[in-house]
Design a protein around this ligand. Sequence first.
Ligand code: MTE
Ligand code: MO
Length: 326
Amino acid sequence: MARSPEPKSSEITRERDYLDRRELLSTAAKFTATSLLTGGALWGLAGGVRSPTQSQGRSAATPLLASRSEAPFSVDEEPTSERNVTTYNNFYELGLSKEDPARLAGSLKTRPWTVVVDGLVNKPTTFGIDDLLTRFPLEERVYRFRCVEAWSMVIPWVGFPLAALLQAVEPQGSAKHVAFTTLLDPKQLPGQARAVLPWPYVEGLRLDEALHPLTLLSVGLYGKTLLGQNGAPIRLVVPWKYGFKSIKSVVRITLLEAQPPTTWALAAPSEYGFFANVNPAVDHPRWSQASERRIGELSRRDTLPFNGYGDQVASLYAGLDLSRNF
Ligand SMILES: Nc1nc2c(c(=O)[nH]1)N[C@H]1C(S)=C(S)[C@@H](COP(=O)(O)O)O[C@H]1N2
Ligand SMILES: [Mo]
């Protein structure tokens, strides 16, 4: 399989910081696995400006029909190449290097697949993945994506608003948060055999964040179903937050009153907070967040507050000191 020639992780964040991040993980072996609870997409036909290249991933991606979104739900920026989006990944259940997930994704089986939606809802429901793909109208959303490691991409996701799913199960008045869980199965996700993080990977949002129209459940990108390395068959995308909030290969969505524990905040609470809003004014303890490297570009660019989505989301945090509540 072809590998992306660029970029090396050392070009993005100082190599030492990377090693530190991995060291942190290897010393975290104290965690246990039980420690936590069609034809062509419309956008491809319209105008033909961007012609998707062949995917470099191993599992087959099939076409998905989606209507195109306009601003403010899509940005008018050049998307990162499909090759980079599908070969430069973070998915620690499939290895710690950027190249591992594309190489190892063949072990992840996306059928059958169910997503349990439960907790403080009137209609707890187990959705089959193919029900989800047909029940909620799919849209293409071109979003900026900013990893906490100070690299970024622009990704043409296909998906539907998480709000549509949550409304279908009828949240109860006491529900204030939403927890998300990745598949736990070391046979399919061999990285889970090593306790580098507390498995399964879990993430969370406040309910108002989860209901925000920008918050997407993604089932595809570049007009095709997701490849394993990108979190097939369904993953969260929250474009104003650091990438680690965008949890992959989701099997459970639970509505709760209390704020749920989240994987990176558990692993390194002084470095990763619950909100994890993109914020150039708050550095990571080991590197600056003021600028970023857009994958495929040579020079760095300034990082924008809320990753450029401030007009839409800043009001969610009125009165909250985001330098303390990171
Ligand atoms: N289950 C799970 N979800 C995950 C991760 C992970 O390791 N495991 N990595 C996160 C991080 S750090 C990033 S930057 C994004 C990367 O998404 P991409 O590879 O599709 O660009 O996935 C996030 N979701
Ligand atoms: Mo990330």
